[in-house]
Design a binder for this molecule. Structure first.
Ligand code: AMP
Ligand code: ZN
Length: 114
C-alpha cells in the first residue's frame, strides 16, 4: 500500500529501530513508547485491521505470536510479564491501518485499560 507508513518501514523507505525480521514479519520499536519495552510486530502483508484476517492468514497470525514469544525472552520481560494487543478501529484508537501486535512490558501495566 503506497500510503501506508508500516509498508514504508517494511520496504525500508523510512527508518525504524528494527529488532527482528524474517520472511513473514518485521518487529520494530514504537516511536512513542508507552512502556520501557514497546515493540510492534507487523506482518509484511498489508492487512488493514483484525477484521480483514482470513483463514489464509492463520499461519501468519501464529507466526506473529511466536515472534512475540521470542522477543519477550530476548527483551528479558518474559518472567516479569508483558501485554500483547491489537487495536481495531475507532473505539480502540487504531491509528495505523496495517495490523500490528503491540508488545508492552518492563513496568506494571494497569488493568482495565483506559
Ligand atoms: P495503533 O493505535 O494501534 O494503530 O498504534 C499505532 C502505533 O504506531 C502507535 O503506538 C504509534 O506510536 C506507532 N507508530 C506510528 N508511526 C510510527 C513509526 N514511524 N515508527 C514506529 N512506530 C510508529
Ligand atoms: Zn501497510
Amino acid at each position: 500500500m503506497p500510503d501506508c507508513i508500516f509498508c514504508k518501514i517494511i520496504k525500508k523507505e523510512i527508518p525504524a529501530k528494527i529488532i527482528y525480521e524474517d520472511d513473514m514479519v518485521i518487529a520494530f520499536e514504537d516511536i512513542n513508547p508507552q512502556a520501557p519495552v514497546h515493540t510492534l510486530i507487523v506482518p509484511r502483508k498489508h492487512i488493514p485491521t483484525l477484521l480483514d484476517i482470513t483463514t489464509e492468514d492463520r499461519a501468519l497470525i501464529g507466526h506473529i505470536f511466536m515472534a512475540a514469544n521470542n522477543i519477550a525472552k530476548n527483551k528479558g520481560i518474559s518472567v516479569s510479564g508483558f501485554r500483547t494487543l491489537f487495536n481495531c478501529n475507532k473505539d480502540a484508537g487504531q491509528a495505523v491501518y496495517h495490523i500490528h501486535l503491540h508488545m508492552l512490558g518492563g513496568r506494571r501495566l494497569a488493568w482495565p485499560p483506559g
